[in-house]
Ligand binder design. Structure first.
Ligand code: KG4
Ligand code: ZN
Length: 342
């Protein structure tokens, strides 16, 4: 029997990227992302400006996603959107747009949890993609979250450990800010680190529980280290940028890998995935590849375009819910705080 054609439009607007994607039976046909340059000069996302930019971007971004997919909006089976977590003003733009389009087309509306979607991006059907079997462990590392999650099934997740203060993306971005780099600094630290010596400046790791993370102490350590050295040599940062970035990145990745080792030891699960914006980091990706050889893990590294915020991950989560007839009521409301288990 021929499989029914299921087309899902995914809409993501939780932070500072407006994105829309079309998924056909689990495969991505289009994934359009409009980044908001406006925040770079402020050193972080300005919620009011983010919301306004989403309003400007959402119509053309959705239109492009449908065009690029080569379908018409009448072919859509359902509309999936990010309900939370995220910035309220940003979430509201995607939520109300998704609702009106679903009502206009008379098709189901499906709300998606952004954190679940980062993890479920691993189920996008791609050529040669490795799909993790249940149960598996996912290290979710983004600008707002740092969690070790056990995934029993698509929507059956348990948080085994998380950060007690800053998220790992914040650790990258705040360190970058101390170095005078623009927001978001994570990808820039990664770039400069490629040419640097990761052992140049040893930073100490925090002492917290086996599956817990803490990054605020590291940030303070880096701040004092930079202040002290700049006092002695005003050109310290520019003269040593590559080594400083490599050392910061190395310390952070060491922490992440150590926590994953603890998780494997505690759970016995050796199927290890990473997800979220920081999973774009080249060093964590390299370390997971070598973990297959050294420790017998099977690791799952998302395709680069599905690491940072994107609507393909929202659409795949929506597709999986659609298969379960798990639709939302039109009264569903955006939620700024939402746990990965909600
Ligand atoms: O998942 P995401 O796009 O948004 C949130 O939901 O937070 O993650 C954004 C975070 C930012 O902190 C950004 O600096 C970080 O991901 N990031 C990176 C890299 N690419 C993005 N951090 C380190 N290395 C990278 N290559
Ligand atoms: Zn995200």
């Amino acid at each position: 029997m021929k499989q029914k054609d299921i087309y899902i439009l995914g809409i993501e607007s939780s932070c500072d990227d407006t994105s829309a994607a079309i998924i056909h039976n689990g495969k991505v046909l289009s994934n359009i992302i409009a980044n908001q340059e406006v925040h770079a000069k402020y050193g972080g996302v300005v919620p009011e400006l983010a919301s306004r930019a989403h309003q400007q971007n959402i119509v053309p971004v959705v239109q492009q996603a449908i065009e690029r997919a080569g379908i018409t909006k009448e072919q859509l089976s359902a509309i999936a959107f990010t309900r939370g977590p995220g910035l309220m003003g940003s979430l509201l733009v995607g939520t109300s747009f998704a609702k009106s389009l679903a009502v206009g087309l008379n098709i189901p509306l499906i709300d998606v949890n952004h954190m679940q979607a980062h993890i479920l991006a691993h189920f996008i059907k791609e050529e040669n993609a490795k799909i993790p079997p249940f149960p598996f462990i996912c290290l979710t590392i983004s600008g707002g979250h740092t969690q070790i999650v056990k995934i029993e099934n698509y929507f059956d997740m348990e948080v085994l450990g998380e950060t007690i203060d800053d998220a790992v993306g914040e650790a990258f971005d705040k360190s970058a800010k101390i170095l005078g780099l623009p927001y978001p600094g994570g990808p820039l630290i990664d770039k400069y680190a490629q040419q640097g010596n990761p052992k140049a400046y040893p930073f100490t790791q925090p002492k917290v529980g086996d599956l817990e993370f803490s990054f605020s102490g590291l940030k303070t350590q880096i701040l004092y280290f930079i202040q002290k050295n700049v006092k002695e040599n005003p050109n310290f940062i520019t003269e040593n940028l590559n080594d400083i970035c490599a050392s910061i990145q190395h310390t952070i990745v060491e922490i992440l890998v150590k926590k994953l080792k603890n998780t494997v030891k505690q759970t016995g699960i050796k199927h290890i995935a990473i997800a979220g914006g920081v999973s774009a980091n080249s060093e964590i990706r390299k370390r997971l590849i070598t973990a297959e050889k050294h420790w017998g893990w099977t690791t799952y590294i998302p395709k680069f375009e599905y690491t940072t915020d994107n609507a393909a991950m929202i659409a795949i989560a929506g597709y999986l819910k659609y298969l379960d007839n798990d639709y939302s009521d039109i009264s569903v409301a955006a939620k700024a705080r939402l746990k990965v288990t909600e």
